[in-house]
Design a protein around this ligand. Structure first.
Ligand SMILES: *Cc1c(COP(=O)(O)O)cnc(C)c1O
Length: 494
């Protein structure tokens, strides 16, 4: 299996090269040259396996340059004993035909853990194969990737990790999680700007030949822990395959397949669901849920991607994004893997902030996806409604997905089971969740609100959140986006 760049059809690399580089030199993203498939017999076998077993079957198809021993080593390290549930991605049944895929049982309480517990193993294994020196991981985060990456890479040999998050663009709990990170190889810095500013500055450094040269002379190379890295996406395919196996085991009526709803920001999570579908999981429709930053909703409705619009900060900050990086991969596939047209779209996006796809591509897009959005008010109403109806507590991001799922079912009604991806623990966004459930108990003390929420709903506070109340703040750096490059070099001692 080789990987191509979404912007240059001449590029062809192995999985290990794609993962250790993170992004192609031309600025494009690595994509598999074909999507492997599972047969009916394969699924009969997959159904009998545990999460690690399913993960191995998925990974061996994409990472065929990894040996069986290497895959076993990576998967055991990532998923044995690191999640608070034996099943890293349990499927919770709200009612017949309506399921919540809980992706927040890892060490940082967001779905990013599913990929970022594994990525450090994939990356260090890849680096050994391609003889790379020290990996310098640069991360731009809208809140959850940063902590999950810090936790995954903390004290991993031969790596250095630096995380940039938007000042005032993350929740107090997310900020505290990052600023208290332990480890010798970690660095955290807020930037004055929003997530898109952080992401574009970091992406510029990746492709800056001069900076790359300086690192090379010092035995280092940049890599990415953002979902632009293929090593982040492939672990995410696994839980959609696993959720299908769990639906089968639950006896769900899958005669017409099922639908998946994903609260979306950078388009990584929902893209993984697309790959699972193409591999043979009987997904009919992918529902892309956005908050007030509804650039994807408009794109799916009209075929025009237009980031020239107001940026909103919302109660679902991990989705406050106007440039969804992974959409580049999806559009490339919709174009029949045409790197030339794909590159032209991305050029137009960076120069004019917009591009429009042909009616043919739009038709294919709409056959696969339904797009919907909801504002903060509706998000909080939904948290309350879900709690009242099902006695189930969901976070602000998951609530966006639930709200859009209802809109989807009301407008395109069908009887298929629906799986809603739940991307974070409600305790990561305690203030907003409490405001939805019992506003009179809100205060400006984050941990008091965590306790109130637990007392009212009789749900358990995850340990990693509990432990934060006594953690020491190690980082309080702030920089301008134009200075990120010098901050990076200085921190590396270059
Ligand atoms: C990152 C994140 C999202 C968005 O996921 P993408 O893969 O970027 O689309 C949604 N919810 C939460 C809680 C997140 O951390």
């Amino acid at each position: 299996m080789f990987y191509k760049s979404t912007r240059n059809s001449n590029v062809k690399v192995t999985a290990a090269e794609a993962i250790s580089k993170g992004i192609s030199d031309d600025g494009g993203l690595f994509v598999p040259e074909y999507i492997p498939t599972f047969s009916k017999e394969d699924f009969n076998e997959l159904k009998t396996l545990d999460y690690i077993g399913i993960a191995k079957k998925v990974l061996e198809r994409y990472l065929d340059d990894f040996t069986e021993e290497e895959l076993d080593y990576c998967l055991k390290g990532a998923y044995s004993g690191t999640f608070d549930d034996d099943e890293p991605a349990p499927l919770y049944k709200l009612e017949n035909g309506k399921y919540i895929l809980e992706l927040w049982h890892g060490p940082t309480c967001a779905f990013k853990d599913l990929a970022l517990q594994l990525l450090p193993y994939l990356l260090t294994t890849s680096a050994k194969k391609v003889n790379k020196g020290k990996a310098v991981i640069l991360v731009a985060t809208s809140g959850d990737t940063g902590k999950a990456a810090l936790e995954g890479f903390c004290d991993v040999e031969n790596t250095e990790i630096m995380v940039f998050y938007p000042n005032n663009g993350v929740s107090p709990m997310q900020k505290l999680q990052m600023d208290t990170q332990k480890g010798k190889n970690v660095f955290v810095c807020a930037i004055n700007g929003n997530f898109d500013d952080a992401q574009s500055s970091v992406k510029t450094i990746f492709t800056d030949t001069k900076t790359k040269e300086i690192l090379k002379q010092n035995g280092m190379e940049f890599s990415s822990a953002n979902s632009i890295n293929w090593g982040r996406l492939v672990p995410q395919i696994v839980y959609y395959v696993a959720s299908y196996c769990n639906l089968l085991k639950d006896g769900a009526d899958l005669s017409d397949g099922f639908d998946i709803v994903v609260p979306t920001g950078n388009f990584g999570n929902i893209l993984a669901a697309y790959y699972a579908k193409e591999m043979g999981v009987p997904v009919r429709r992918l529902v892309c849920a956005s908050n007030a930053n509804n650039v994807l909703t408009d794109f799916i409705k009209t075929g025009k991607y237009d980031r020239n619009r107001e940026f909103f900060t919302s109660v679902s900050p991990s989705m406050d994004i106007l440039i969804s990086s992974n959409l580049e991969r999806m559009v490339y596939h919709l174009l029949g893997n045409d790197a030339q047209v794909s590159a032209a779209y991305q050029k137009s996006l960076s120069e004019n902030g917009e591009y429009s796809v042909s009616s043919e591509v739009l038709e294919k897009l709409q056959a696969l996806y339904f797009g919907g959005c909801c504002d903060d008010e509706k998000t909080l109403e939904t948290i309350k409604a879900v709690y009242d109806k099902y006695n189930y507590l969901c976070d602000t991001h998951t609530a966006v997905a639930v709200a859009v799922a209802e809109e989807y079912l009301a407008t395109e009604g069908n009887n298929r089971p629906v799986v809603i991806a739940s991307t974070a623990s409600p305790y990561k966004f305690a203030a907003s969740v409490l405001k939805a459930i019992e506003p009179s108990k809100c205060s400006d003390d984050e941990f008091l609100m965590v306790k109130e929420l637990s007392a009212i709903t009789k749900t358990k506070v995850p340990k990693p959140i509990m432990n934060l109340s006594s953690a020491t703040v190690r980082f309080n750096n702030v920089c301008e986006k134009k200075d990120i490059k010098s901050v990076v070099l200085k921190n590396l001692g270059l």
